[in-house]
Design a protein around this ligand. Structure first.
Ligand SMILES: *Cc1c(COP(=O)(O)O)cnc(C)c1O
Length: 482
């Protein structure tokens, strides 16, 4: 297909941008399709004016909650601010009007960005190489599991189980099952960390590896991490780090130093690229030198200042996405990293941890805290006390909308009753954290003085309480009210 690009020399691209001159075959639609397949009259699409379109989306965006409106403390999801400079860079014609199958010599800048991003991720994590191809954290997880499989198969080993702590994000067990492994759950101890005795009991020659979130989804650092990685390695398994939220570790500790063999990072969390509504994400996978040969191809390589794609990797698990994944997201993450510089990047995690602990300390008088002690980038409250007054975590989340805030992640992790997993992120100021805490304390007051009011919230949104499952399964997608 590479030789049949629908490409014309110097064809004006979108918005009058001219594509770079390059030697590619020029093929027209008529060369590819027969007359019958080509449309003779134009499609019957609805005609709308630009003001109609702008108003439609402006109205829609004001009905929804998003980070540009106010605090969005959705634990684990890291809804941090998306700097507008990221979009400006990704929109540059040299990056947005190129074609992924263009000859390498015409896209040196784009390849340099991918190589530069990989270098930065390597420096931050200590891993040997990264693939930028996976387009979600969960897809990265699957690539990680496929790499584990390939590694064991190469050793003539056919292991059946992967260990996962009971606090894990839902994608972890789903990925492991999709990779054809059995999930073996490891218990948490009374400190909210991996129970080492339970881990020891579950290790066996059947275990291919362990998938561990660090810090875990309770916002706690697994402080026995070197012991955990040692035990798993001793049993012949590999350590996979769910690093969706590197927001807590940058400049503080590297994944490789903790003994991890494989790691995924969500660029759409830690590195400020937009997400929500299912995309567009990016979940690069980093591995140690021992596992490098299994990475998906192609990878970008540099020789004397020239970048090229290296696609012959004999032990590769294969391609996991077309071309290079979500290239526009890679550009945004790279912009963010280069804009902050090393100093700024290291400040991210300190600020994220400080913000989370500050907010937690403001809420602990009114709300139960799931596990004592300082937290990392997020913490888990429990609405146990409010439940005694007939108010549940869901009601508190809905009432927050009336104060102009999004809810924390509710009912997760599963091992905390009435959980409210709260992650303010590093982008919030002390003033906005104070406003959010004030709303949470007010809702606690209301749960005593006027519980009915909290139970029936929200009042200020275009729709009140939805049957969320039905809304997802049968969405109303009419473009104009009937
Ligand atoms: C968000 C998240 C994931 C999954 O990432 P997606 O990009 O949504 O697929 C996995 N693990 C943790 C801990 C996460 O927070």
């Amino acid at each position: 297909m590479n030789n049949h690009l629908i490409f014309h020399k110097s064809r004006p691209g979108k918005m009058g941008v001219t594509l770079p001159e390059c030697d590619v075959p020029t093929t027209s639609l008529e060369d590819i399709f027969s007359g019958e397949e080509l449309r003779s009259n134009s499609a019957n699409l609805p005609e709308v004016t630009e003001p109609d379109v702008v108003r439609h989306y402006t109205n829609l965006s004001s009905k929804n909650h998003h980070v540009d409106k106010d605090v969005y403390p959705l634990g684990s999801c890291t809804m941090k601010y998306n700097p507008k400079v990221n979009d400006m860079m990704a929109g540059l014609p040299g990056l947005s009007s190129i074609h992924p199958a263009q000859p390498e010599e015409t896209v040196q800048g784009a390849l340099a960005i991918m190589a530069g991003l990989e270098e930065q991720l390597k420096a931050m994590t200590g891993m040997e190489r990264f693939t930028l191809q996976p387009t979600a954290g969960s897809q990265g997880e699957l690539v990680g599991v496929l790499i584990m499989q390939a590694y064991h198969a190469k050793n003539g080993d056919n292991r059946k189980q992967i260990l996962i702590p009971d606090t894990a994000h839902g994608t972890n067990p789903a990925t492991v099952a999709m990779g054809g492994y059995d999930v073996l759950q490891v218990k948490s101890d009374e400190r909210g960390r991996v129970d080492l005795d339970d881990l020891r009991q579950k290790l066996s020659p059947e275990v291919a590896g362990m998938m561990l979130t660090q810090p875990n989804t309770l916002g706690l650092f697994e402080d026995n991490i070197t012991e955990i990685t040692h035990l798993v390695h001793e049993a012949g398994g590999l350590m996979y780090m769910d690093g969706a939220n590197l927001n807590a570790l940058l400049g503080l500790v590297k994944s490789a130093d903790m003994g991890f063999d494989i790691l995924h990072i969500n660029l759409h969390k830690t590195f400020s690229t937009p997400h929500g509504g299912g995309g567009p994400g990016s979940g690069p996978i980093g591995v140690t030198s021992e596992l490098e040969k299994f990475l998906p191809s192609p990878l970008v390589v540099e020789n004397d200042g020239r970048y090229s794609l290296e696609s012959t990797r004999s032990d590769s698990v294969g391609r996991v996405h077309t071309f290079f994944g979500n290239f526009g997201i890679l550009v945004r993450a790279y912009t963010y990293i280069r804009m902050l510089g090393l100093e700024g990047i290291h400040a991210i995690s300190r600020q994220a941890i400080l913000n989370a602990n500050y907010l937690m300390s403001k809420l602990t008088d009114a709300y139960d805290i799931a596990f004592d002690g300082p937290c990392m980038h997020e913490f888990v409250l429990s609405a146990n006390r409010q439940k005694e007054r007939g108010i549940r975590a869901l009601d508190i989340g809905k009432r927050l909308l009336d104060f102009g805030f999004h809810a924390p992640t509710v009912y997760f992790p599963l091992n905390v009753p009435e959980a409210m997993m709260t992650e303010p992120t590093d982008s919030e100021t002390m003033e906005s954290l104070d406003r959010f805490a004030e709303a949470m304390l007010k809702i606690d007051e209301e749960s005593k003085s006027d519980p009915e009011k909290v139970r029936n919230a929200p009042y200020s949104t275009p729709v009140r309480r939805l049957d969320e499952t039905a809304a997802n399964r049968n969405p109303n997608l009419r473009w104009r009210p009937e």
